[in-house]
Write a new protein. Structure first.
Lengths: 508, 528
C-alpha cells in the first residue's frame, strides 16, 4: 500500500486548525488562509494523480468486530466534491476576514472562525473520500459540531436558536442514518462476515423489503441534509442567522454531503430500492424545486432568499440523480460543483452588501448599482450563474439534467424547465429591488459618495477567482465532465440501469 | 458420620469472590479492633488488596480457561456458579468500576476535610447529637465493608447458575446498598427517604422474584437453570406456570436494572443517595443486574424466547421513551442522570430482545454487545457522578441545573469533560457510547428487530436533546444564582484519578474500541 495521500489531504486542515488555535490572535487568520491554500494545492495534486490513473485507495482495519475499516478512495464523483470544498474554503476565509463580534474577547473572533472552518473542511473532505460506511457516518455527524459553533458563535440575532435547530435536524438525520448503518452491518454479519466497506456491501444479497427500509432510512437522512422539502425549514433559519460566509460553506459544501450520499450510498448500496422509490423521489424533488423557487420569490430577507434558491437547486440535483441516465447524473454531479460557486458568490456578495448597510431586508435597499457598481456587478454575475445563464458553468449542468430527465420521462423534464423560469424571476426581482431604481436615502448614507464604498481589493480577491471558475467551466466544461463521467458510468452499471435508447447522443 | 461428604469446591476459581468477601469481613474486624484514626487507611488497604487480588485471579482464571476451550469453562461449586466468558468479563468490569467508585468514598478535600458520608447515621438530622458527632469528626468507615459485601453479591448474581444462588446473591447485593443510600452527609432526610424507598420497593420486587422462582420450580422441579431450560424446551406440563414464572422473575430483575414500569425508585434514590454511592449503583448494580437478566433469559428461558421477546420489546420501547422524555423536564442534574440511566437500560434491552446469538468469531452477539455497552456506560457514569461531587457551594453539592449555568465559562476544563461524558451518553461518534449503541442496535437488528432499532434511534434523538440542554446551560447560559456561591472545587487524587480513567476510556474506547471489543466477544455466549 502506498503513502496514504488521501488521509493526509483530510488531516492537513484538521491539524492546521489546531495550529491556528495556538498562533497569536493577530496572525491566526493569515495562518488559517495559508493552511487552506495548502490544502487546495494538495488537493490539486491528488486530482492530478487520480486523473493520471494512480490508485490512491487506502484501507486499514479499524474495528474487526464490526468489519469497519479506515478506508479512503477517490473516484470522479468524490474528486469533484473534494475540488469544490478546497476551492471554496479559502475564498470564504478571505471574504470573512473581519468576521466576529466587536466584543471578540469571548473567543468568537476571526481566529476561532478560521479554525472552525478548517475543521469543517477536514471533516467534509473525509466524508467525500470515505469508502467505509462507518467512517462516512462518523464524519457525517462530526461536521455538525464545527458548523454548530460557526452558526451559534458568529451569527446575528437569533443565532443560538438557529444553531440548535440546525443541530437537532442534523442529529435527527444522523441518528436515522445510524439505524441504516446498523442495518447494513447486521445484514452483513448475518451473511457470515460483518463488514462496513462499500465495496463489500454493494451487491450484498438482502430481502427486497429490508432493502427498501434501509433505502428509506438512508434517503431521509440525506434529504434532511440536502435539504429537500419538507425537511428544509432549518436551512433558511440557519442562513438568516449565520454569517453569509458560514452559509456559503453550509450550502456550498455541507449540504452536498446529502446529495453526494444519495449517489454514493442510496444508489450503490440499494439499487433495486432506488429504482422502486424513484417516482416518489422525483415528485418530491419537483416539489422542492418549485416550492423553493416560489418561496424565494416571496421572501423579503436576502439571505433567506438565497437559502430558498438552494432548496430549489437541490431539487434539480436530485432530479438529475434519480433520472438514472448518464447525462443527467453527470449533470447533477457537475451541478453540485457549480452550485457551490454560484451560491458562494451570491452569499459573499450579499455579505459585502449587508455589511455596508447593516440590514438584510430587501426593502431597505435600492439603487446600490449607482454607488457601488462593482459590488452590484458581482451580485448580478452570481445571480446570473444561479439562474443558469448560458456561458456560465451552471447552464451546462442544468441543461444536462433537463436533457437527461427528458429522455427518461417527458413530464419530469418538462416541469423542471419551469424551475429555470422561476429562477430567472427570483434572481432578477431581487436584483431589481436592491440594485436598480433611485438611490434611497438610507443607501446613500451607507454607501456615501459614488464608488467611495465599493468592494475593496480584498473583497474583489475573494470573489474574482470564484467567478473565473464559473466562466472557465461555462465555456470549457470538458475537464470536469471527463472527470465525472467514468465514475457515473460505474455507478450506473452498479445500479443496473442503462440509458434509454432515445438518449440525446452527443449533446455534451 | 460417614454419610456426609464435603462439597468439592473449586477454590482457585472462587478466589476472586473470596478476596472481595474477605476484604469486607476483615473490614468488620478492623472496625472492632483498630483505633478510630487509623481505620480509613486500614480499610483502604484492605479494599485495595481485596480488589487487586480479585482482579488478578479473575484475569488469571479467564486466561487459563481460554487456553483450554473444551474444559476451561464450566459450571462449578456444585452446579451453582457458571465460570464462563460473560462471568469473567462481568467480574473484571465490576472490580474495576467498584474500585473507582469505592476510591471516592474517602474523598475529603471536596467536603472541607469530611467524607461524603454522615458522621453518625444513628443521630437524628439536626439534633445536638449530630452536631457533636460532626465536631468530633466521627466517620462511618463501615461503608467500605458494606460496599465490598455488596460487590460480592454483584459478582455472584450474574454468575449464578441456579435460582437459589440467584436470589441469595440478589439480597447480598441489595441489603448493603439500602444502608449506603441512607448515609449522605448533607440533606440527610432526603437520603434516608431514598434508602427507605429503595428498601421497600426492593423488597417488594424480591417478593415477586421469589414467587416467580416458586412457579418455575413447580414446573421444572429444579432450581438449576440448565434443567429449567430443558424442561421449557420439552414443553411438557402446564405452560401457564412458565409464563407466570418468567413474568414474575422478570419483574424482579427489571426492577434492579431500572426498566419501565419498574423504574419509579430510580430518580429518588439517585438523587437522595450520597453521589459517590449513586455512581456505584448506577454503574455496578446495572452491570450485575443485566448480567443476571441476560443469563436468566438466555439460558433458563431461552426455549420460551418467542413468548418473552414481544413482551420485552414493549418494555424496551417504554423504557427508552419514558426515560428520554421525562428526562427532558428534569431540573436536577442527578435526577436527569437517573432518567438517562433508565433510557440506557432501554437501549441495552434492545440487545436482549434481539437475542442474537452465533458462533461467528468476529461478530457481536447480544451478550457481548450488551456487556460492552455496560462496561463503557459504567465507566462514563462513574466519571459523570464524580464531576457532580465537585460542583458545590457552602451547603455541599449543588445539583440544581440552573445553578450550573455558566460553569463552562469559569471552568472550561471540567465542564468540557462533563460535556464529553454527556456526548458519550448521547452516542455521538468517537466516544465509547457510540460504539456501544452501534453494538446493541446491531444485535437487535441481527435478531430480526429492525423496527426496534428505528424506534431506538428516535428515542436517542429525544435523549440527545436533554444532554445538549445541559451543555448549553453550562456553556452558553448567563451565570444565574451567583449568590449561591456555586463553584467547582478541585478534589484530591482519588476523585481526579476516577475522572481521568473515565475520560481516557470514554475517548480511547470511542476511537479505538478494539482495545475492549475482543474481550467482549470472548464473552459472547453463556455456558448452558
Amino acid at each position: 500500500m502506498s503513502f496514504p495521500l488521501l488521509t493526509l489531504l483530510g488531516a492537513v486542515p484538521l491539524v492546521g486548525a489546531l495550529v491556528v488555535m495556538f498562533t497569536p490572535r493577530a496572525t491566526g487568520r493569515v495562518t488559517g488562509l495559508f493552511i487552506s491554500l495548502l490544502t487546495t494545492a494538495l488537493a490539486l495534486v491528488v486530482v492530478g494523480l487520480a486523473a493520471g490513473g494512480r490508485d490512491l485507495s487506502e484501507q486499514f482495519t479499524w474495528i474487526p468486530a464490526f468489519g469497519a475499516h479506515w478506508a479512503m478512495n477517490a473516484d470522479g464523483i468524490s474528486l469533484t466534491m473534494v475540488l469544490l470544498t478546497v476551492l471554496l474554503t479559502p475564498f470564504v476565509l478571505i471574504a470573512s476576514w473581519n468576521v466576529g463580534h466587536a466584543d471578540a474577547e469571548d473567543g468568537w473572533g476571526p481566529r476561532a472562525f478560521s479554525a472552525l472552518v478548517l475543521v469543517m473542511e477536514s471533516f467534509a473532505l473525509f466524508c467525500f473520500m470515505a469508502t467505509d460506511v462507518l467512517v462516512f457516518y462518523i464524519f457525517f455527524e462530526a461536521t455538525l459540531i464545527p458548523m454548530y459553533f460557526l452558526i451559534g458563535g458568529f451569527g446575528e440575532a437569533g443565532r443560538r436558536r438557529a444553531a440548535i435547530k440546525f443541530l437537532l435536524f442534523g442529529l435527527g438525520g444522523g441518528l436515522i442514518l445510524l439505524a441504516g448503518v446498523v442495518g447494513v452491518y447486521a445484514i452483513s454479519a448475518g451473511n457470515g462476515q460483518p463488514t462496513m466497506l462499500l465495496a463489500d456491501l454493494a451487491g450484498m444479497p438482502m430481502g427486497t423489503g429490508t432493502e427498501r427500509v434501509l433505502f428509506v432510512l438512508f434517503f431521509i437522512a440525506f434529504a434532511l441534509k440536502a435539504p429537500m422539502v419538507p425537511f428544509h425549514t432549518w436551512l433558511p433559519d440557519a442562513a438568516e442567522s449565520g454569517t453569509p460566509g458560514t452559509s456559503a460553506l453550509l450550502v456550498g459544501v455541507l449540504d452536498k454531503i446529502g446529495t453526494f450520499g444519495m449517489i454514493r450510498f442510496c444508489l450503490e448500496l440499494f439499487p433495486g430500492a432506488s429504482q422502486w422509490a424513484a417516482p416518489v423521489v422525483l415528485i418530491l424533488a419537483l416539489i422542492s424545486m418549485i416550492y423553493g423557487a416560489l418561496a424565494a420569490i416571496g421572501e423579503t430577507d436576502i439571505l433567506r432568499l438565497i437559502a430558498f434558491t438552494s432548496v430549489s437547486h437541490f431539487g434539480f440535483i436530485v432530479i438529475g440523480i434519480f433520472s438514472f441516465t448518464t447525462i443527467s447524473m453527470t449533470g447533477a454531479t457537475f451541478y453540485m460543483f457549480n452550485h457551490a460557486f454560484s451560491t458562494g458568490v451570491l452569499f459573499l456578495a450579499a455579505h459585502f452588501l449587508i455589511q455596508r448597510r447593516g440590514s438584510q431586508k430587501i426593502a431597505d435597499y435600492g439603487g446600490v448599482q449607482k454607488l457601488a457598481p462593482v459590488l452590484a456587478g458581482v451580485f448580478l454575475l452570481g445571480g446570473l450563474s444561479s439562474l443558469a445563464l448560458p456561458g456560465m458553468s451552471s447552464f451546462v449542468s442544468e441543461f444536462m439534467v433537463i436533457a437527461g430527465s427528458f429522455s427518461q420521462n417527458i413530464w419530469i423534464g418538462g416541469i423542471s424547465t419551469l424551475g429555470m423560469v422561476l429562477a430567472a424571476t427570483y434572481i432578477l426581482l431581487m436584483y431589481q429591488r436592491t440594485m436598480t431604481g433611485p438611490v434611497t436615502e438610507d443607501v446613500e448614507e451607507a454607501f456615501g459618495e459614488e464608488r467611495s464604498n465599493d468592494l475593496t481589493g480584498r473583497e474583489r480577491w475573494a470573489v474574482a477567482p470564484l467567478l473565473l471558475i464559473i466562466f472557465v467551466f461555462g465555456f470549457f466544461p470538458k475537464p470536469m465532465l471527463d472527470l465525472i463521467e467514468p465514475a457515473v458510468t460505474t455507478t450506473m452499471s452498479q445500479v443496473g440501469v442503462s440509458d434509454p435508447s432515445l438518449t440525446m447522443e452527443g449533446s455534451n | 458420620m460417614s454419610g456426609f461428604t464435603a462439597p468439592a469446591l473449586e477454590y482457585g476459581h472462587l478466589a476472586p469472590l473470596i478476596f472481595v468477601f474477605l476484604a469486607g469481613t476483615f473490614g468488620v474486624g478492623v472496625e472492632a479492633t483498630v483505633p478510630r484514626r487509623f481505620r480509613p487507611t486500614a480499610q483502604l488497604v484492605l479494599v485495595a488488596i481485596g480488589l487487586i487480588g480479585a482482579l488478578i485471579t479473575t484475569i488469571g482464571n479467564w486466561v487459563g480457561a481460554l487456553a483450554q476451550p473444551d474444559t476451561g469453562f464450566f459450571i462449578g461449586v456444585e452446579g451453582s456458579l457458571a465460570f464462563d466468558g460473560p462471568t469473567y468479563f462481568i467480574w473484571a468490569t465490576l472490580i474495576v468500576l467498584g474500585a473507582l467508585s469505592i476510591l471516592m468514598f474517602g474523598e475529603r478535600q471536596l467536603g472541607g476535610g469530611a467524607t461524603p458520608f454522615t458522621p453518625q447515621a444513628a443521630s437524628l438530622p439536626g439534633t445536638p447529637a449530630e452536631r457533636e458527632a460532626t465536631a468530633l469528626k466521627l466517620e462511618h468507615t463501615e461503608v467500605y465493608p458494606l460496599a465490598m459485601f455488596s460487590l460480592t453479591g454483584m459478582m455472584i448474581f450474574p454468575a449464578a447458575a441456579d435460582m437459589l444462588t440467584l436470589f441469595v446473591s440478589l439480597e447480598i447485593m441489595s441489603l448493603p446498598l439500602y444502608l449506603l443510600a441512607g448515609l449522605a452527609r448533607r440533606r440527610r432526610l432526603l437520603s434516608q427517604e431514598a434508602a427507605l424507598k429503595y428498601f421497600m420497593l426492593g423488597s417488594f420486587s424480591s417478593a415477586f422474584f421469589v414467587m416467580g422462582m416458586a412457579l418455575i420450580y413447580g414446573y421444572a422441579g429444579s432450581f438449576d437453570l440448565g434443567i429449567v431450560a430443558e424442561a421449557i424446551t420439552q414443553g411438557a406440563g402446564s405452560y401457564s406456570l412458565v409464563v407466570g414464572g418468567i413474568g414474575l422473575m422478570a419483574v424482579g430483575t427489571l426492577f434492579k436494572v431500572g426498566a419501565v414500569p419498574f423504574h419509579n425508585w430510580t430518580p429518588d434514590v439517585y438523587q437522595g443517595s450520597p453521589t459517590v454511592v449513586t455512581g456505584f449503583m448506577a454503574s455496578c448494580v446495572k452491570i450485575a443486574a443485566f448480567g443476571a437478566l441476560l443469563r436468566l433469559f438466555f439460558v433458563a428461558f431461552g426455549g420460551a424466547r418467542w413468548d418473552w421477546q414481544p413482551f420485552m420489546a414493549v418494555i424496551a420501547v417504554l423504557t427508552m421513551f419514558v426515560g428520554a422524555i421525562i428526562g427532558i423536564v428534569q431540573d436536577d442534574v442527578k435526577r436527569m442522570l437517573a432518567y438517562s440511566s433508565i433510557a440506557h437500560a432501554g437501549f441495552i434491552l434492545t440487545a436482549l430482545v434481539g437475542a442474537a446469538q452465533g458462533e461467528a468469531i468476529m461478530g457481536m452477539t447480544s451478550v457481548s454487545s450488551a456487556l460492552f455497552y455496560l462496561a463503557v456506560y459504567g465507566l462514563t457514569t462513574v466519571g459523570a457522578f464524580a464531576i457532580i461531587t465537585m460542583v458545590r457551594n457552602e451547603g455541599g453539592e449543588v445539583t440544581r441545573l440552573s445553578a450550573w449555568a455558566g460553569i463552562g465559562r469559569r471552568n472550561p476544563g471540567i465542564a468540557g469533560i462533563f460535556a464529553l461524558f454527556l456526548l458519550s451518553f448521547a452516542g455521538i461518534p468517537l466516544t465509547s457510547g457510540f460504539i456501544g449503541k452501534l453494538a446493541v442496535f446491531g444485535a437487535a437488528w441481527q435478531g430480526g428487530f429492525g423496527w426496534l432499532v428505528v424506534v431506538a434511534v428516535l428515542a436517542s434523538l429525544v435523549a440527545a436533546f436533554f444532554y445538549l440542554r445541559v451543555i448549553v446551560v453550562m456553556f452558553f447560559s448567563d451565570a444565574g444564582d451567583e449568590e449561591d456561591g456555586v463553584e467547582v472545587v478541585m478534589p484530591s487524587w482519588r476523585t481526579t484519578l476516577t475522572i481521568a480513567v473515565a475520560l481516557v476510556t470514554t475517548v480511547g474506547l470511542g476511537v479505538l474500541p478494539n482495545l475492549l471489543l475482543p474481550a467482549a466477544s470472548m464473552a459472547a455466549e453463556f455456558l448452558r
